[in-house]
Design a binder for this molecule. Structure first.
Ligand code: MN
Length: 231
């Protein structure tokens, strides 16, 4: 095969404790998947899960024990942090039943669904796609992937984010409206999942703005935490 220019490199995420990397296929994100966050965004009640995507080259990979920087993005005056548990799919499939979902999970990571909230709100108001608010460059920091058998009891893990050492978000994965298995069931009804897919499962309450110079520390019990500074 001869290309007219060099193709972009495969985006990948390191697998904790190994020399191997997880090659990324797609990044799916779940909207409003914690009740208290849904409320702070002006919604109540349980609605079917809904999804959006980010481009794979929006990932900012944070290696174990290191920190990373993300540039303050263009066009926004209200950049929000959203700490999320990320599910890494190892075995693809469509119409996966919740009871079988665990067979498709390779591992988990800590991620940030960074959001240009002012632009997202404007798009919501106009009924337009969220891409400009959600899918911008460097919008998806992520830590190393911990394989499932080393990740502990993720369904009951604590999930939290601090900015400059101060608590902003703190909740439990058990408070997901649609749990990991149910999310995979819904998602795989709409798209055929592939090995290499990442699922950002949604953020708990406490989303707020960060500015240049802020450092975010994000963690889920049992997984490698990440530290990301906004440049
Ligand atoms: Mn989110």
């Amino acid at each position: 095969m001869r290309y007219v220019f060099n193709p972009a490199p495969t985006v990948s995420v390191p697998v904790l404790g190994t020399a191997s990397h997880f090659p990324v296929h797609r990044i799916y994100c779940v909207g409003r998947n914690y009740e208290e966050h849904a409320k702070e965004m002006g919604f109540t009640g349980r609605e079917p899960p809904f999804f959006f995507l980010k481009p794979t080259d929006a990932l900012v990979v944070v290696n174990a024990g290191e920190s990373a920087a993300m540039p303050y993005p263009s066009l926004t005056k209200n950049l929000h942090h959203e700490i999320e548990l990320v599910v890494a799919i190892g075995t693809g499939g469509k119409n996966i039943q919740a009871g079988d979902a665990h067979k498709h999970i390779f591992g988990y990571a800590v991620g940030l669904d960074m959001t240009r909230r002012d632009l997202q709100n404007e798009m919501k108001k106009q009924g337009r796609p969220w891409c400009i608010g959600k899918a911008f460059d460097h919008s998806a920091p992520i830590g190393p992937i911990t394989p499932v058998d080393q990740a502990g009891d993720i369904a009951n893990a604590e999930i939290y984010l601090q900015v400059n050492g101060q608590d902003r978000q703190r909740s439990h994965v058990s408070k997901l409206i649609w749990n990991i298995a149910e999310t995979i069931e819904h998602l795989s009804a709409a798209w055929e999942l592939q090995p290499g897919d990442l699922i950002y499962t949604g953020t708990p309450e406490g989303v707020a703005a960060v500015v240049a110079g802020d450092t975010m520390t994000a963690a889920v019990t049992g997984l490698e935490p990440i530290k990301v500074t906004v440049d």
